[in-house]
Design a protein. Structure first.
Length: 296
């Protein structure tokens, strides 16, 4: 693949968006990165570091930060959207005015929209309605941003209803430390990535209350059952949830110390109030909003 000719924009300069930007920049792609916060843009330009969301990681010069969404998404071959799930509808609506016909739109955001129960690709396809539905894809799996940025071996899944598109996404992102498998089940891939955050909060509560390892194992196992039930109801292939985007992501998020959702749950289990925990967090714990979406 000619990295010099492939035009890529990344929408979202949080920890995950920045980590994926670094991965692509290390492969040789020159890319535009949309960041919401002016101070993050300034930090990357001056110090080559996103101190707010991904500190202590040096970012290559071929990541070009911008607060201008049009610059980042216009005339691109691929646009990667990595914004909090509750912001997806607004951001997608703004992107529609600038995005080019033929662009492949990939989301790495993990969540389910409250009340509509729509996945991130469904929201993108609804708002950017002039693009064919097969142009939308998802990248998901067991992956902490910090480890990806530090080139820790990672394996994820790329899913689209079009094999041509999922293969294209695979080629864009694959490198020796980041292996990408493909499937044709974007619904199941996203259900797994979203619902595992809910289970991770519960697992954290278990540990915060010092209930022991037995109940945590039971909770995670029954949580997977709930993921399968909801996924099947929404049109997912149960086999998808037995793979990287389901069991894989579930195991990592329910047991890893870097998991924001697990950490939030553990603090709840220790007696801290949810509002106080959230007020102290700069980064989003998606499981809180997904819990409400799933419950409703």
């Amino acid at each position: 693949m000619d990295t010099a000719k492939t035009r890529i924009g990344i929408v979202g300069g949080g920890s995950w968006g920045t980590a994926l930007a670094k991965l692509l920049a290390d492969k040789g792609f020159v890319l535009d990165l949309w960041v919401f916060e002016p101070e993050v843009k300034e930090q990357i330009e001056k110090n080559r570091e996103n101190k707010v969301f991904l500190p202590y990681v040096k970012l290559p010069e071929n990541i070009i930060p911008s607060n201008n969404l049009e610059i980042v998404v216009k005339d691109k071959d691929l646009v990667l959207v990595v914004v909090p799930s509750h912001c997806m509808r607004d951001v997608a609506g703004r992107m529609k005015d600038f995005i080019s016909p033929g662009t492949v739109v990939v989301t790495a955001s993990k969540g389910i929209e409250n009340k509509t129960h729509m996945t991130m690709t469904q929201i993108l396809a609804e708002k950017i309605d002039f693009l064919p539905k097969e142009n939308f894809a998802v990248l998901s799996g067991p992956s902490f941003a910090k480890e990806v940025a530090n080139k820790v071996p990672t394996v994820v899944a790329a899913a689209s209803t079009s094999r041509k598109v999922s293969d294209y996404v695979q080629k864009i992102f694959s490198c020796p430390t980041f292996r990408v498998y493909v499937n044709d089940d974007p619904i199941g891939t996203q259900i797994g990535g979203a619902m595992k955050n809910v289970v991770a909060i519960a697992a954290g509560i278990c540990d915060g209350m010092q209930m022991g390892l037995n109940p945590r194992a039971a909770l995670i196992t029954r949580g997977l059952t709930e993921m399968n039930r909801m996924g099947t109801k929404l049109g997912a292939d149960p086999l998808t949830l037995a793979g990287l985007a389901g069991v894989g992501d579930l195991l990592l998020t329910c047991t890893g110390a870097l998991s924001r959702n697990y950490t939030l749950g553990r603090q709840i289990g220790e007696g801290k109030k949810l509002d106080d925990i959230i007020s102290e967090m700069r980064m989003v714990a998606e499981g809180v909003k997904t819990t409400r979406s799933v419950y409703n």
